[in-house]
Design a protein around this ligand. Structure first.
Ligand SMILES: Nc1nc2c(ncn2[C@@H]2O[C@H](COP(=O)(O)OP(=O)(O)O)[C@@H](O)[C@H]2O)c(=O)[nH]1
Ligand SMILES: Nc1ncnc2c1ncn2[C@@H]1O[C@H](COP(=O)(O)OP(=O)(O)O)[C@@H](O)[C@H]1O
Length: 197
């Protein structure tokens, strides 16, 4: 494994996990890495979460997220339709259970891009899942990326940076850390961890 990863132990092919969770602080580059990976490997299935957050310009319902109202989210939770859910920086996010279970039952690799609280819940309910932490090269670079993305006002950025401190302190709970210096390198390593290439 290249210098971008920490804590990787080789896993025999027959016991490779089919469910991979990618977490990391807001702005570290999770969406960028996943988009890059799926451009070359569209067969990698990424769960589309439900969220009460408002869409950013260019985001489409059913593509980046299912954008739902508070009431719709209440129903999804009450009906047990979410594999996990969490509140992050003032909005709720959850993974639709049905689509994930279908893919897993078909033996296909599944990728969830969720926050630390969600990763912990998945670890409890599916201990065989592989938990991958995406870390920034430095704190300064994380601030630069989150600010530079220009999608959130300053008070939301502050809230996300406060969450980032908690998330960075939890890195050791993950099976593997990938440091997002190069999008291409991280995408390649994630594919290898998912046993896609
Ligand atoms: N627990 C949980 N977290 C999610 C889910 N979907 C997205 N998230 C996380 O919610 C956080 C905020 O996501 P978002 O508002 O899209 O901001 P971004 O990650 O900075 O682009 C990120 O850490 C996401 O990984 C989900 O279904 N469950
Ligand atoms: N390896 C990288 N080097 C420099 N900039 C990056 C890198 N990865 C992502 N970025 C930039 O950082 C910002 C946040 O990335 P994004 O994928 O939206 O993060 P996340 O999904 O983790 O919140 C974006 O402007 C993106 O272009």
């Amino acid at each position: 494994m290249a210098a971008t990863s920490r804590g990787t132990t080789p896993v025999p092919p027959e016991s490779r996990p089919r469910l991979t969770v990618l977490s990391g602080p807001s702005g570290v580059g999770k969406s960028t890495v996943v988009a890059h990976m799926r451009k070359e490997h569209p067969e990698v299935w990424l769960s589309v979460s439900a969220t009460t957050r408002r869409p950013r310009p260019g985001e489409r319902h059913g593509v980046q997220y299912f954008f739902v109202s508070d009431e719709e989210m209440d129903k999804l939770i009450a009906n047990g339709e979410l594999l996990e859910w969490a509140e992050f920086a003032g909005n709720r996010y959850g993974t639709p259970r049905g689509a994930v279970m279908e893919r897993l039952e078909a033996g296909e690799p599944v990728l969830l891009e969720i926050d630390l609280q969600g990763a912990r819940l998945v670890r409890e309910s599916m201990p065989e899942a592989q938990l991958v932490f995406l870390a920034p090269p430095s704190w300064e670079e994380l601030v630069r990326r989150l600010t530079g993305r220009g999608t959130e006002p300053p008070e939301v950025i502050e809230r996300r940076l406060a969450a980032a401190k908690i998330e960075l302190a939890a890195e050791s709970e993950f099976d593997v850390t990938l440091v997002n210096t190069s999008v291409e390198d991280v995408a390649r390593e994630l594919l290898a961890l998912m046993d896609v290439v």
